[in-house]
Design a protein around this ligand. Structure first.
Ligand SMILES: *[C@@H]1O[C@H](CO)[C@@H](O)[C@H](O)[C@H]1NC(C)=O
Ligand SMILES: *[C@@H]1O[C@H](CO)[C@@H](O)[C@H](O)[C@H]1NC(C)=O
Ligand SMILES: *[C@@H]1O[C@H](CO)[C@@H](O)[C@H](O)[C@H]1NC(C)=O
Ligand SMILES: *[C@@H]1O[C@H](CO)[C@@H](O)[C@H](O)[C@H]1NC(C)=O
Ligand SMILES: *[C@@H]1O[C@H](CO)[C@@H](O)[C@H](O)[C@H]1NC(C)=O
Ligand SMILES: *[C@@H]1O[C@H](CO)[C@@H](O)[C@H](O)[C@H]1NC(C)=O
Ligand SMILES: *[C@@H]1O[C@H](CO)[C@@H](O)[C@H](O)[C@H]1NC(C)=O
Ligand SMILES: *[C@@H]1O[C@H](CO)[C@@H](O)[C@H](O)[C@H]1NC(C)=O
Ligand SMILES: *[C@@H]1O[C@H](CO)[C@@H](O)[C@H](O)[C@H]1NC(C)=O
Length: 836
């Protein structure tokens, strides 16, 4: 088989001559280059049945599709305009050949017709690069199903095909459809615009109704994929029954429609999205009207958004608000007048009358029907019409390049693949819009959201918002006149939004359906993070019921202005000044027997820490810090230990001087020689320092915060020495018990040596108060602990100051006659005599 021998065999496709040849048909215009046009002038859902018998389907038997004829006229208009304007294709006459595909019924035959040669033959060849089919490019058809079928044929020949309203995104696959381009935005954008519309009006509970064909299935699938991440739920989805070829409503179909409309009425969803060819919807809306259903918002897919016939259905405006997604309107000057213009006598169609035109190139009633809708079509403006218009112009611009037109064009043979290459490259401005195809062969036209109106003088499809594919955003949403009382925006939510601070509890499977539960105190709802769970507040914060954030808890600690604090402060001031007085008095009577019997210089060892301890009382008031906690935990207890150990050693000494000196003179001299009392005090102080330092090292001195068990709004700030307290006081307790015992033993000593009463009292008070404080602290946490702690401490200090030193001062100041060596000697003698 030689390379040039292209014709191996020829397949003659004889398309039946059903229609009488019409020289001046709307469907045919002779020209140097022909464009194929595929439009749905009639519509029928069932296409497959016709493959059962050997006949080409006769479109004229079906219902007229008004918009189809409008689009056909748009192509005629564009071609005529191009021919009129000599600038684009000077000296070239563009012709067309258009066929009615009646939706999906008749799409194979026209393609074969377009692909065949003048003599109606379609040769089988090895190489089609020099094959010249009847048409150079095909415009259409309108729906994705037909477009796919047609594209499979045309792709074999790389014959350019530009569809004006097939939105399926499968068509973007250029591996499968290398020769297919679009002048309409794809389903991706159509659906996105619809989703944005739902989001804009905060509708999250929608019903989806679909036709039982590819269109319905594909788009509803896409929609549900897009809705899920947007938190919009589909209440239910139903498939509308397929229309019978006879277009009659069967009982089964009626039953089905009744059930669907009934279900919509039952549902709480008020938004109904309908993906279906217009054809299927007449019966549906008739059923809606029959059931007097009202109050819905019907959202139209592009397939029926601007259908004038459906719009004219009597009473439809009572069923609710109609919104739709469609392509933007671009006014085309002169088209409205052209729409009703019948074909004029053109140049005779050469050889056409011989074999006759193809079938389905006729529409007797189109003119009349369109005429009756002329007003509404004129008011609607040019939407899809512009897509057809742009498609024709794109081919013309590509031809302009192929024919290298300047002053005039060279009328050479144009191979389809040559033209296809140029169509991909076109970039021109048409009526203010830039026309070029993106990598997937799409022309990104803006979309519009329209509202149906029944006001006779206005655009029946009024634009209320626009969507630009590049931005993927709905813009400038204008007022919608809702079919509701007071024109309020209809609400369609499965559950009303929760009040702030309430969490959602899912009900059923839909995330849009939920109960609202209050967030409990101490938890809050962070809507951005999780709407279904209340989060606990951080430990330093708290929240009320229904809160969306936590507030800082009020810090509680001892404050100066509180009565209890003032009281304790006054006590400690009293203690401080009385201790200071004692120091002065003792200093001045340092060598008197009373002072000596009280311990002499050792008294100052007790008084100095006492003074220091009083001076440290302010450390207990105010917000605890590391420093104040450290002071409380170390210096304060240290002062106290020194005091107590002094008292203990003192009471020990008093007992022992009388008892030990007599019975164990050796030990006594030892005790005196090595400054026993000081060694004793020093060793206990060192022991205490060790305890305190180990406490500080094991437990940080930082203040701790704890919630008040009675009032969670309050957080108690306290020093972290509760655990250390018992450990800390144990040494002091030991000393106090020892001191108490010694004092008890010396209770029969001479009264001026007899501090037993006071020491017993002090030590008993200290012991009991410490033990009860520890017990209290272990069961109760609160500010009360701090004040009690302080009060007990100050009382203990006062006990020592006033209880131990007070009586001696009293004696020094008011009974100086008893403060003599003689008096003391007589007392001791008296005691010794009584003993003996
Ligand atoms: C083309 O030119 C003819 C004759 O001038 C005119 O009647 C017709 O309206 C024009 N058509 C268009 C589409 O401009
Ligand atoms: C609808 O309304 C009409 C007139 O108001 C009434 O005759 C008809 O029975 C109603 N249809 C239904 C299904 O309620
Ligand atoms: C018309 O047909 C004749 C023969 O039937 C042929 O010679 C002629 O080229 C044809 N014209 C066109 C334009 O195809
Ligand atoms: C609209 O519907 C009414 C009532 O069914 C009908 O009389 C009228 O002719 C229709 N309009 C068009 C333009 O068909
Ligand atoms: C189309 O042409 C204009 C200028 O003529 C240019 O700015 C623009 O980038 C072109 N667009 C594309 C897609 O090539
Ligand atoms: C939209 O509605 C508001 C309030 O009803 C009104 O003030 C405003 O004029 C309306 N805008 C348009 C464009 O109709
Ligand atoms: C409509 O508005 C009127 C008066 O402002 C009010 O009484 C009535 O309740 C409103 N109706 C609805 C459904 O909001
Ligand atoms: C809520 O959650 C978001 C995201 O997790 C976070 O950025 C934000 O800070 C949170 N807000 C509060 C008040 O916790
Ligand atoms: C929490 O919000 C719900 C709903 O608004 C309300 O009924 C309830 O009284 C609120 N509770 C509090 C404590 O405010």
């Amino acid at each position: 088989m030689g390379p040039r021998a292209r014709a191996v065999c020829s397949l003659f496709i004889l398309l039946q001559v059903l229609a009488a040849p019409a020289a001046n048909s709307d469907f045919y215009l002779a020209g140097d280059y022909l464009l194929g046009g595929l439009f749905s002038l009639h519509a029928n859902m069932k296409g497959i049945v016709h493959l059962n018998f050997l006949q080409v389907p006769q479109c004229k038997k079906y219902e007229i599709k008004v918009l189809g004829y409008n689009l056909l006229q748009a192509m005629r208009f564009a071609v005529e305009e191009i021919n009129n304007r000599s600038s684009l294709l000077p000296g070239v006459l563009l012709g067309y050949e258009m066929v009615d595909v009646c939706y999906v019924s008749n799409n194979v035959q026209p393609v074969l017709y377009f692909l065949a040669r003048e003599d109606y033959s379609l040769p089988i060849q090895e190489d089609y690069s020099h094959y010249v089919p009847r048409v150079v490019a095909v415009i259409g058809p309108d729906n994705s199903e037909s477009t796919t079928t047609v594209a499979h044929f045309l792709s074999l020949f790389l014959l350019p095909q530009i569809t004006y309203s097939a939105i399926s995104d499968d068509l973007r696959d250029k591996q499968r459809f290398p020769a297919l381009l679009r002048t309409v935005s794809g389903a991706d954008h159509q659906i996105e615009a619809m989703v944005q519309l739902l989001l804009h009006f905060r509708w999250n509970w929608v019903i989806v109704l679909v036709s039982s064909d590819d269109y319905g299935r594909y788009n509803s699938q896409l929609l549900s994929e897009r809705l899920a991440p947007r938190d919009i739920c589909i209440a239910f989805q139903e498939t509308l029954p397929t229309l019978q070829p006879s277009q009659e409503v069967t009982p089964w179909e009626r039953q089905r429609l009744e059930a669907i409309v009934g279900k919509i009425q039952q549902s709480s969803a008020r938004i109904v999205v309908l993906f279906s060819p217009d054809l299927v919807l007449y019966n549906f809306f008739r059923e809606v009207l029959r059931q007097n259903f009202t109050g819905a918002v019907w959202i139209a897919s592009e397939s029926w958004a601007i259908d004038p016939v459906l719009h004219n259905l009597t009473g439809l405006h009572d069923t609710g608000t109609f919104l739709g997604i469609t392509t933007q309107s671009v006014p085309i000057p002169g088209f409205s007048e052209f729409r009703m213009r019948p074909a004029q006598a053109g140049p005779p169609a050469p050889n056409r009358t011989n074999l006759g035109a193809t079938c389905n190139q006729e529409c007797d009633r189109c003119q009349d029907t369109t005429a009756s809708f002329n007003a509404i079509l004129t008011l609607s403006g040019e939407r899809v019409v512009y897509s057809v218009y742009a498609a024709v112009y794109a081919v013309a611009h590509a031809l302009h390049s192929v024919l290298s037109c300047t002053q005039t064009c060279s009328k050479e043979v144009v191979y389809p693949w040559q033209l296809l290459q140029e169509i991909w490259k076109v970039n021109f401005t048409l009526l203010g819009h830039e026309i070029f195809f993106d990598k997937q062969g799409d022309l990104l036209m803006s979309l519009e959201v329209i509202q149906w109106q029944w006001d006779l003088s206005q655009n029946p499809f009024l634009s209320i918002a626009s969507y630009h594919p590049a931005l993927r955003q709905l813009k400038t949403v204008r007022n919608v006149s809702w079919h509701t009382a007071n024109n309020t925006i209809p609400v369609s939510m499965c559950s009303k939004d929760c009040q702030p601070g309430q969490k959602k509890k899912p009900v059923g499977i839909h995330p849009c359906c939920f109960e609202c539960l209050d967030c409990l105190p101490g938890t809050f709802l962070n809507q951005t993070a999780d709407e279904f769970d209340c989060q606990p507040c951080p430990s330093c914060a708290w929240s009320h019921r229904n809160d969306t954030s936590c507030f800082k808890r009020r810090l509680a600690f001892l404050e100066w202005h509180e009565a209890s604090t003032i009281f304790v402060a006054m006590l400690s001031a009293l203690g401080f000044f009385s201790t200071l007085t004692i120091v002065v008095v003792f200093w001045r009577h340092l060598h008197t027997p009373v002072v000596r019997s009280a311990g002499g210089p050792m008294c100052f060892l007790m008084l100095a820490p006492l003074l220091l301890a009083y001076a440290m009382v302010p450390m207990y008031v105010g917000q605890p810090t590391f420093f104040t906690c450290l002071c409380r935990q170390t210096f304060f207890t240290l002062c106290f230990t020194i005091c107590i150990s002094c008292i203990t050693v003192r009471s020990f000494q008093i007992v022992c001087i009388f008892k030990m000196a007599r019975r164990l003179p050796g030990a006594y001299s030892y005790w005196v020689r090595y400054h026993g009392p000081y060694v004793f005090v020093a060793s206990f102080t060192v022991l205490k320092v060790v305890i305190v330092v180990s406490n500080v090292l094991t437990m940080s001195a930082n203040p701790t915060a704890r919630a008040d068990p009675d009032d969670p709004k309050i957080i108690i700030l306290s020093c972290n020495y509760r655990k250390a307290l018992l450990f800390n006081t144990s040494l002091d307790l030991l000393l106090s018990v020892a001191g108490f015992s010694f004092a008890y033993m010396g209770k029969e000593l001479p009264t001026n040596y007899n501090e037993a009463k006071f020491i017993t009292f002090c030590m008993t008070f200290y012991f009991t108060s410490s033990v009860s404080l520890c017990t209290f602290m272990s069961v109760y946490e609160g500010v009360l602990v701090s004040i009690l702690d302080l009060l007990v401490t100050v009382l203990n200090l006062l006990g020592i100051s006033l209880g131990y030193f007070g009586p001696k001062c009293y004696m020094i100041l008011f009974y100086p006659e008893r403060n003599t060596q003689g008096y003391f000697s007589s007392m001791i003698q008296g005691y010794t005599m009584r003993k003996d």
